[in-house]
Design a protein around this ligand. Sequence first.
Ligand code: ATP
Ligand code: MG
Length: 723
Amino acid sequence: MDPILEGLNSRQREAVTATEGRIRVVAGAGTGKTKTLTHRYAYIVNVLGIDPADILCLTFTNKAAAEMRSRIAGLVHSGDYNDFVCTIHGFCVKFLRKEIYRLGFPKGFTVLDEEDAKALAKQAMDEMGIKRTEKTVRQFLDAVAAEKALNGYIQTYMLPESKVTDGMRRTSRLANYVSRQMKGYTLDFDDLINFTKYILDRFPDACAAWQDALDYIMVDEAQDCNLDDWDLVERLSARHHNLFVVGDPDQAIYQWRGARPDLFVQFAADKTIVLDENYRSTPKILDIANSVIIHNRNRIPKDLFTRKAEGRAVIHFHGKSGKEEMDWIVAQVRLLLGGGAVPGEIAVLYRSGFQSRAVEQAFLDARLPYTIWGGTRFFERREIKDALSYLRLVSNQDDDLAFARILNVPSRKLGRKFLDTLQADAEGVSLYTALQLHDGYGKPAARAFIDLIEDGKQYVREHRISDLLDRLLDRSGLKQSIREDQDEARLENLDELLASIRSYEAARPDDEATLADYLQDIALYTNDDHRKDTPVLKLMTIHQAKGLEFPYVFVIGLSEGIFPNMRTIREYKKNGEEEERRLMYVAVTRAEKALFLTESEGYNVSTKTNKYPSRFLAEIGPELMVAEGVIPEELWRGTRNLVHVLDEEFDPHRPVALDEVDFAEERVEYASPFHIGDPVTHAVFGPGTIRSANHDGTTFEVVFESGAVRSIRAAFLTPADFP
Ligand code: ATP
Ligand code: MG
């Protein structure tokens, strides 16, 4: 047998050797889907002799792509793998570097990240006189994205022959935003995929060349592809018809970004292979995973089994406070390390970024080196540094670094130039003093800044640090500007900072909790010069952990509102709850040898109420875990009240097969303006019929009489019988 096939089970082998045609692998977590995919790549290269340049291998996150590349590199001869093991956006960038000249763009175009896109949106809003109080930057960008989804925009605005007049720029959000993009030939994430599709559509020679070149296309985590992703891989595989998709509908965690797991379920495959042996986790961990996911109604029941030995008990720890929860985690980590575990084998997973703060401080206190995967350390996050800089400047007006950081944050129109002037004038004195000496150069915004800091100095004499920070965040406009960006994660981080200062104060007598004390103590966390090369403990959100595995896993902060996330449930109701439950399934199935689930009592930053244990813990049979710490009955009552609201007529113990569930019905039940089958008209595409809706009922897939199928925002559709 070829060595590539050794170590695979018979079904995996079947999937690896079925190289031709449309093949789908549907399987639960840890059954070797990614392993099968990487071995298939190696098989195609090593045994069929296909040039790696002819294989496109896609996945979702950069981390997962890196993991895939390294697994493939271990299986093929050195150098026998290529750039096309990447994310979908990564592929689009490579495609466009070659092809975008056709649209008159330089191949060195720039890709805009989220922050850049927001900056452009703000400029456009300012020019158009749209107030941030009327519309947030996020809403503006969403509206631009919706208009881009209509697709005509490339031709109208972005080609050399497109004529964008000042009139258009004044009246059209899209025209204004796009013309700003065009100044620097920049593309945002939507453009990457739209441009790729545009070129494939309009340039048959380009399309044919790529279809010819890509003999084999493989997609990992296909349950998270959206309509555009599917469209792209279907189009690219249209000539050779070799499309291999692997996925697990139970791990669909991107529906809020338009993922379409139903398209994976409905994929027209020549052959479907089901894998059911889990090689990753112990039976005890799998039991937990199964007992959680079984509560989802909207799924295909699956049986996973493992031949691994029983292993360690899964532990659920309940702490009387957040601090107790962290102390316990630190103690367990120490036990694991003492027992021979390597730091890099231990992962701490959480639902939302702000939750890293507590773990980070605990690990820093305990001198346990850690790294945040795919994210920034809490005290290095922009809004946290800004907030602390306000405190630093109030505490010490000679702190020029803090001053320079926040003088223009949020924007006070005191930009670079203003700072340069100030710096030139500040000979022998601090920047703040120089500003005072020149009375803010007569600028009202600069004077207001001085007043803000002076007010803080007075205020802190009589008040606590947390109240001071609250006041500064408010009066500086910093919080408001983040709110206008609708940047929930950053707001949560600021709330978390406030909550952490409150507990700092609560733990000390007043005279030991001065601003100077606090800033000195916190410097320990902000100045940590961590080494990047040693294998250290890994902290990450569950979304970042998808597809990865770790011997020891902690899933922390299992409180209602945090996990499941309150906003998801509020917005998407039952579907939101199910998506959160799939996230829980993803989290639990990352663990190989040991799993620790933790939560605690106290204040909940997200809900601004008391913490109650997560419903997901309630769904796990108590016999499946060892409990440490007792959850008082009244806390469970709090959980039940929250769940009850959503669950009136829902029996959690009856899993329903996917084909029993009408997906379309499910998706449009939230005050949707259209129903499946409704006739509609569209200004450009003409008459059509609604085929499906996204989960929150804001975008609809329409089949037009012209044959075009497009996803379109509700606002751009009119009911056909509308007078
Ligand atoms: P996920 O759903 O989390 O993405 P997956 O289905 O992609 O999981 P893999 O990551 O490919 O699963 O495999 C999980 C673990 O099981 C890996 O450590 C892999 O090496 C191991 N494994 C997979 N198949 C086999 C096999 N036939 N024999 C031994 N180990 C295997
Ligand atoms: Mg995988």
